[in-house]
Design a binder for this molecule. Sequence first.
Ligand code: PMP
Length: 442
Amino acid sequence: MSDSTTARSAALHERARDTMPGGNTRTTVWRAPHPIYAASGKGCRIMDVDGNTYLDFINNFTSIIHGHANPVIAEAVREQLELGTCFAMPTESEIGLAELLCDRVPSFERIRFTNSGSEAVMMALKAARAHTGRPKIAKCEGAYHGSYDFAEVGLDSTPATWGNADPNSVAYSAGTPQSVLDEVIVVPFNKPAEAERILRMHADELACVLVDPIPSRAGLILASQDYLDMLWQVTRDTGVLLVFDEVVCFRLGYAGAQGLMDIEPDLTKIAKIIGGGFPIGAVAGKEAVMAVFDPRNGKPLAPHGGTFNANPISMVAGTAAMELLTPEAFERLNELGDYARAGARKALEESGVDGQVTGDGSLLRIHMTNIPLVDYRAALPTDTQKSAPTSLVEFMHAQGILISETGVCALSTPMGEAEIDELIETLTAALAATGEPRHAAE
Ligand code: PMP
């Protein structure tokens, strides 16, 4: 970032406060003392309203995989704009994106579009309940799945609230009814024996177990093979549906994260990259389960309207974005991810500051702790550790490198080694400026 100020952003925020609570309409983009307002983006760079430029490793929280204003996507959208943006009729564009996605992922026998990942989660849970006739859902402690009440439970449990080895169902949003908490069983992530005991205990009442195979808020740690094997076996034994949240991790490969893990969940939620930068979500899965949405014989078991479902703008943008993501494009991006993780690990090692790097494919997360990261409880920073990533992220931001508040970086296809080198150089400077060397703490 240049030395210029952020005066215009400050002024815009002041104006926004007159109409929106705290001047904000999306909790995740809030920054104290005020957010920086974007003016434009091109490739992997963003320009703010004061003329400062940033190298973007947030990529709208992992959703922009081709960077900003990709010309191929822009052209597809421009063409569709001339033809109309939404109708009370389906369009051919939805069939194209549905075919592309179902061709790539074996478990996607049928698919259905929504407008966001949160909606996709909601519809997947409703489908699971409708199909099984069971009321409860199980989810992993600390895993984020958007803003549906049931999926939020246990999202930010703390040592004061999380209970013993059997996690408590802790409300995230104030006012969450006790009845919602009663319908959600929280299990530990990556602890197969503990999770299996809890799942089997409640199996008769469970419609599904909802799992992100690499939950970013819970550490961006891959589910272990033992954990996945356990989930598979328990769900096959009990008729509980296995539901994957690949809203973020669908970017890990041509057939998503499940393609790398060789597992076929009953249902999967995807979103973000499949919309090419426009609002989208989808539920996909086994035909027998997805049949709950089929309207041909009257009211479906799980009715699902949505004014903008499969709107042609999101469909054509998503199709253009996904067509650019060939197996070779994933390979290149994931190799760049390896390069970035190796560079970040080296920078941490050489700095003498406590830290580690997690992630896979085109995702990485920088943690300022050496504690082995197995699950959410291990990955949750203590109050003292919390200040370390914050000052690191703020330092990098001031140098013109955007990474998320929790240290997550998502790469995009316009990036090359030069941009990764820029990230690592700034990380090195940030560690020197803000990190507390290990020996100083001892
Ligand atoms: N699931 C996961 C794993 C997510 O990261 C998110 C959003 N970051 C969602 C669901 C919700 O998606 P959306 O923001 O599109 O509603």
